[in-house]
Design a protein. Structure first.
Length: 682
């Protein structure tokens, strides 16, 4: 056997050539990621073919990684050999490189000789995910039958149901999906993508579409995505890159992880930093030496980063900004329409200066990192005043900060803008027109209860009435109304303020929340003595408010006389107008919701676009359930009724429930069945 090295410019061999008979073996000694090595390999193959060599082997023993240009070079050498009717094969391929060849589809174009076991052939004849998992022994037929029933009732995908129940792992579902869709499945990690082509898609598009580019070979982009059947996404990537797209299947979690880990925080933040507007000002800062404090926060870059985060949150309509530390990174997420979206990641070492800057703006102690702190920040941006409620909480990897964004210009302070149906709006207005009594607004945290109370106060507000509020904290300031804030640190709670409020000659009292027996009893007594009392409770529906008040110790006979009505509510996301599309409701949906006698039913949904973070939803509206106190309900409340009795009363008196009100919004093509089901939890 004769060996002859091909010497590079630095006198080190790029390609080691070994000749035996009619065959040639080429061993790249230097990194195949280098253009010089790729060029030398192509030249060596061309030289061997010109000498009449019919068998060429490229040995990748020394290659740990590969990139798009190296893959292109291997294809070119293979095509050169085929034109000469010669055989070219690639041998000693590592497990990682073999995965790259499968993902890019080059395993079908290049002859591979690998020591690793070949993947099981994809059997596209099995069309159902559940059948594949049963055949693979990952679940039983009985579990599949139950999962299909749960899928039908919940509207979730079968894979999500199986993972939630613990009957199949994420990897089991991913492998089965790969077989079902006849699409390769990849375990995303460094080495399985080419960093050099990361810029083929901008970071915003990668995060919005939840995809990740792996390799680009001869105009074909290998793209990792959780849903390879998402045709609009594929078309958008093709338009953005000008490449044909070859989708491969990866878990959404791995796509998010590799997106965050592969980009430097300054690159991810550059887009935000570039968006900083000039109209940003911190209002009413009492720090005497602001310049010195800014220096402590690492100067202008961090200041610009904080300002840009706040500006983007206001622009996108975010209700909260979450800054969350982990072991190596710091994640920034926005809550938009009740859902958290990740917008950027930072190096962990930037967390202290970022938090310090926010504490400076909130007039807090930047040296105290062991205890939670709360504060307020007021800024002027985009031509309006925005309040930020600051909260820090020390954790394992540093302080987590949440900023509640209170944009006064976006506050809904009019009843007509709450989204109430005509019937519910009439009921709510009739309750507010009563001279005295207790009105309760119920729902979980974030259901918009306080907004409904503020709108009611704005409707009732006048110089002829003395309106007093007790809040924790005061979120929006309203002229003429006397607003008071709970201060539990000095013993000034809801009950104590409410006692003293009754001595202030009030006409209308708004109690932010009834949390315990003393406040509940005082509120009921105030309602019985000629005051109109508005408050909130954390219950699931209107009937739950009655049972909760009785459980807190309010006597049923007092509650029946004081309570005049309950309004339960939820917030549901509305369909994004930019990507809204209509479709005919499937027959099974029509039958399930009793629409069969109404003919053809058209519903709507959002495809997902840049305007809605690819969710298909933008904005929210409230759905309601108003329960009016009448003589029948008064008699029922006096008997300390059970939940079943109250539910029967609601059914018999044709009360519009949360779900039925939500479904009417679905028929109006303003939201979707899935969103209403998620919000109401039926």
């Amino acid at each position: 056997m004769n060996s002859a090295p091909a010497v590079g410019a630095d006198n080190a061999p790029n390609i080691l050539r070994s000749t035996t008979g009619l065959g040639v073996k080429l061993l790249p000694m230097s990194d195949l990621l280098l253009e010089d090595t790729q060029r030398e390999l192509t030249d060596q193959v061309a030289n061997a073919l010109s000498q009449g060599i019919t068998e060429i082997t490229i040995d990748l023993t020394r290659q740990r990684l590969i990139n798009s240009s190296a893959l292109t070079a291997l294809i070119e050498t293979h095509e050169m050999a085929r034109k000469r009717s010669s055989q070219l094969q690639v041998t000693n391929v590592s497990t990682l490189l073999a995965e790259v060849f499968v993902a890019t589809g080059l395993d079908r174009q290049i002859t591979l000789v690998s020591d690793t076991e070949a993947a099981a052939p994809i059997d596209s004849s099995k069309l159902r995910l559940g059948d594949i998992l049963v055949e693979r022994g990952k679940m039983t037929p009985a579990q599949l039958e139950e999962a299909l029933a749960l899928q039908k009732s919940s509207g979730k995908r079968l894979g999500e149901v199986l993972i939630d129940k613990g009957w199949a792992s994420d990897q089991d579902v991913l492998v089965a999906l790969s077989q079902q869709l006849a699409v390769p499945e990849v375990n995303l990690r460094p080495g399985l993508f080419d960093p050099a082509i990361g810029g083929i898609l901008d970071q915003r598009s990668i995060k919005r579409l939840q995809v990740y580019p792996l390799f680009s070979v001869r105009g074909e982009l290998t793209l990792a995505m959780a849903n390879p059947q998402n045709s609009p996404c594929l078309r958008e990537v093709e338009n953005l890159t000008g490449c044909r797209v070859r989708p491969v299947l990866a878990s959404l979690e791995s796509i998010h992880a590799i997106t965050n880990e592969s980009g430097d925080n300054l690159e991810l933040g550059a887009e935000l930093l570039a968006e900083v507007d000039e109209d940003f000002e911190v209002v009413d800062s009492s720090v005497p030496d602001l310049d010195a404090a800014d220096s402590a926060a690492n100067g202008s870059p961090v200041i610009n980063l904080v300002n840009s985060l706040i500006q983007r949150a206001v622009r996108d309509g975010a209700s909260d900004i979450h800054i969350e530390p982990s072991r190596e990174r710091c994640r920034v997420r926005f809550r938009i329409d009740g859902i958290l979206y990740e917008v950027m990641t930072l190096r962990h070492e930037l967390l202290p200066v970022l938090v310090s800057r926010l504490k400076v703006m909130a007039n807090l102690d930047i040296a105290e990192r062991r205890l939670p702190q709360d504060g307020r920040i007021q800024v002027m941006t985009q031509g309006r005043s925005v309040d930020l409620r600051f909260s820090s909480l020390p954790g394992l990897y540093g302080e987590k900060v949440v900023l509640r964004v209170l944009d006064r210009s976006q506050a809904i302070l009019e009843l007509d803008r709450l989204g109430l149906s005509e019937k519910n709006l009439g009921n709510y207005r009739s309750l507010l027109g009563c001279g005295y009594g207790l009105i309760l607004v119920t729902g979980p945290t974030g259901a918009g209860k306080t907004t409904s109370l503020y709108a009611a106060l704005n409707e009732l507000n006048s110089l002829e009435k003395n309106i007093v509020t007790i809040e924790d904290p005061v979120e929006y300031q309203i002229d003429v109304i006397n607003q008071n804030e709970v201060r539990n640190n000095i013993g000034l709670g809801f009950a104590k303020i409410l006692k003293h409020t009754l001595r202030q000659d009030p006409d209308i009292i708004m109690v932010g929340e009834i949390r315990e027996q003393e406040t509940a009893n005082i509120a009921v007594q105030a309602a019985l003595t000629g005051h109109l009392v508005l408050s909130t409770l954390h219950t699931n529906d209107s009937a739950g408010a009655i049972t909760r008040m009785i459980d807190m110790g309010v006597e049923p006979y007092l509650l029946s006389s004081a309570l005049i009505g309950v309004m339960a509510q939820r917030l549901v996301r509305t369909i994004c107008p930019s990507c809204k599309t209509t479709f005919v409701a499937p027959s099974e949906v029509v039958q399930r919701y009793g629409w069969g006698d109404e003919g053809r039913i058209s519903l709507a949904r959002g495809r997902g676009c840049s305007e809605c973070y690819d969710s298909g939803y933008r904005g929210r509206l409230a759905i309601h359930e108003t329960l009016m106190m009448d003589e029948d309900l008064q008699r029922l409340v006096m008997t300390n009724p059970s939940r079943d009795q109250l539910t029967a009363h609601i059914r018999d008196h044709d009360v519009t429930t949360l779900f039925s009100d939500g479904m009417s919004r679905v028929r109006e093509q303003r939201t979707t069945i899935e969103e209403v089901t998620r919000a109401v939890n039926v």
